[in-house]
Design a protein around this ligand. Structure first.
Ligand code: IPM
Ligand code: MG
Length: 364
């Protein structure tokens, strides 16, 4: 089969990790006889520097005419002082998500057995962790009206509106039920219904839809409690569904259950074209040094195969290759934080880790 993939490396470590995911996809192509046609385009600070806007129309057009999008990371300190609509986050990433109608962001938090000792959390707590966090991606605070007003006393008032419609909640919750139905059949809906009106509508909507999915066990949890439970006993969770900002925060937290945020891939789906990106940022502190962990991006490419192209076997092979490399002790620096594993650890750079994974894809 032939697939068109838009490749947007972006900024910082994005430029280093994306080619490693492309390498993995090329290995898949040669092993299974697929054809992946990669077309690169600018996004984020790189696009602002080149053409004066973080999301050029050509980039958006390329994404729309592709079968899937592979994104690295965007942003950097040099863009933080730009007018807000030109900043990589607000000017590129959020409009990209919105204009491609990607309302669902899937972030699987899986502890690869080889990384049991890489997490800062005790082994007996995280052993076997396999959680799918489903984050609503095109609503809530991120996209509500924003304003600033001077107050008569001096100073200002800043406002961000948090709103959700029944339709927005229904479609993400239905998707979460579908996913939960194919897993361990437990859905935990996370909200702050004791305080927020939007959360009360969220909870009512989940309670109504629950009856349509009797095979899935539904629970509700407040977000503050959830952030504690994720560390206390993460294995109680199968699928978590939550609104945009809660999902952003909880997935950074949950990433530590897997050893490093460098292990957390993501799939943004719901529109015609899926977008696949690691959950981490552009890490300007280590950019350009061949230090970044490419595995979250490589695992995002696996999600592309699964969710956009229905190539489950190919996706599993990438995941197997990652698992094997970790079992054999290959590590990037972020995975060494707490490493006193018995296995001798082999510290690799970004490129070398990408090479190992591609090699394993061809050999396993
Ligand atoms: C993420 C990131 C983004 C977000 C930033 C870069 C705008 O943190 O994908 O989790 O908040 O959604
Ligand atoms: Mg985030």
């Amino acid at each position: 089969m032939r697939y068109k993939i838009a490749v947007l490396p972006g900024d910082g470590i994005g430029i280093e990790i994306v080619p490693e995911a492309v390498k993995a996809l090329e290995a898949i192509a040669s092993r299974f006889g697929h054809q992946f046609e990669f077309t690169e385009a600018l996004v984020g600070g790189a696009a602002y520097d080149a053409v004066g806007h973080p999301l050029p129309e050509e980039t958006l057009a390329l994404c729309k005419s592709s079968d899937a999008v592979l994104l690295g990371a965007i942003g950097g300190p040099e863009y933080d002082e730009l007018p807000v609509h030109l900043r990589p986050e607000v000017g590129a990433l959020l409009p990209l998500r919105k204009r491609l109608a990607l309302f669902a962001n899937l972030r699987p938090c899986i502890l690869f057995p080889g990384l049991l000792q890489a997490s800062t959390i005790k082994e007996e707590v995280i052993k076997g962790v396999d959680i799918m966090v489903i984050r609503e991606l095109t609503g809530g605070l991120y996209f509500g009206n924003k304003s600033r007003e001077k107050t008569p006393q001096g100073g200002e008032t800043a406002t961000d509106v948090l709103s959700y419609s029944t339709l927005e909640i229904e479609r993400i919750v239905r998707l979460a039920y579908e996913v939960a139905g194919k897993r361990r059949k437990q859905l935990c809906s996370v909200d702050k219904a004791n305080v927020l009106e939007s959360s009360r509508l969220w909870r009512e909507t989940v309670s109504r839809l629950e009856k349509e999915y009797p095979q899935v066990k539904t629970t509700h949890m407040y977000v503050d409690n959830c952030s504690m439970q994720l560390i206390r006993d993460p294995r109680q969770f199968d699928v978590i569904v939550t609104e945009n900002m809660f999902g952003d925060i909880l997935t950074d937290e949950a990433s530590m259950l897997t050893g490093s945020i460098g292990m957390l891939p993501s799939a943004s789906i719901g529109g015609e074209v899926g977008l696949y990106e690691p959950s981490h940022g552009s890490a300007p502190d280590i950019a350009g040094q061949n230090k970044a962990n490419p595995l979250a991006t490589i695992l995002s490419a696996a999600m592309m195969l699964r969710y956009s192209f229905n190539l489950d076997q190919e996706a599993e092979l990438i995941e197997k290759a990652v698992n094997k490399a970790l079992e054999e002790g290959y590590r990037t620096g972020d995975l060494l934080a707490c490493s006193d594993s018995e296995q001798p650890v082999k510290l690799l750079g970004t490129k070398e880790m990408g090479d190992i994974i591609a090699q394993k894809i061809l050999q396993l």
